[in-house]
Write a protein that binds this ligand. Sequence first.
Ligand SMILES: C[S@@+](CC[C@H](N)C(=O)[O-])C[C@H]1O[C@@H](n2cnc3c(N)ncnc32)[C@H](O)[C@@H]1O
Length: 215
Amino acid sequence: MTTSAHNAKQWDAFYASSQTRVPYTDAAVFALIALSRNPDARVFEFGCGNGQNLGFLRSVFPEARLYGCDVSTEALIAGRRLYPDLDLFVSGDALGLKPVSLDVIIERATLQHIPKPLAARYVQEMFAALKPGGRAFFEVASMDHGYAARGDGSEDPVFGHRVFYALDELKTLFADFRIDQVYDRRRALVEGAERNNGRPVYDEAAFQLYLTKPA
Ligand SMILES: C[S@@+](CC[C@H](N)C(=O)[O-])C[C@H]1O[C@@H](n2cnc3c(N)ncnc32)[C@H](O)[C@@H]1O
């Protein structure tokens, strides 16, 4: 079984019963700003799930050119039902993106579920697909993530395998891009989280990278 087929099985089970429609602010705002500057921009989300980010962008920019891929067929069935006019496709260990075709790429919490060698191949393919001067936003779990300290550091009770990155590794992973900004982003979940001695223990620590493909 390929890595993406393994992930697809796991995420199909998740999306069969869970459908959130709330966009993730920073990824969505990044694309909103780009679209407000250039409404013709081609925007692609890697690992778009059920389309919660792209669907929100569609509600603000009805004519925008919005594309998304995911390994989970269940996620995309839900995405197509919720947002019929998004361009969503099922991807595998390659994305099949046309070189130099995209203006904006967003990714949130997808690379962190993919083994590092395959993640590096996806990043290369996305770099090639971006136009010179194109912008990208990635949010990737850091070593300070709440689950990084558990067991072998990679088991999430809901999402299975997780991969955590140190900042230096991300600088290597995105070496072809110009790194405009990096944030150390923390989202401490205070309700609905697993608790240890009454205290929430789940901290979604991640690095957010704001990137440009050099012209
Ligand atoms: C935590 S969810 C994030 C979904 C969405 N980006 C968001 O902001 O809510 C991770 C997503 O990555 C997808 N995924 C996992 N492995 C993948 C792969 N190899 N290629 C594309 N998508 C993948 C999952 O199916 C899931 O939809």
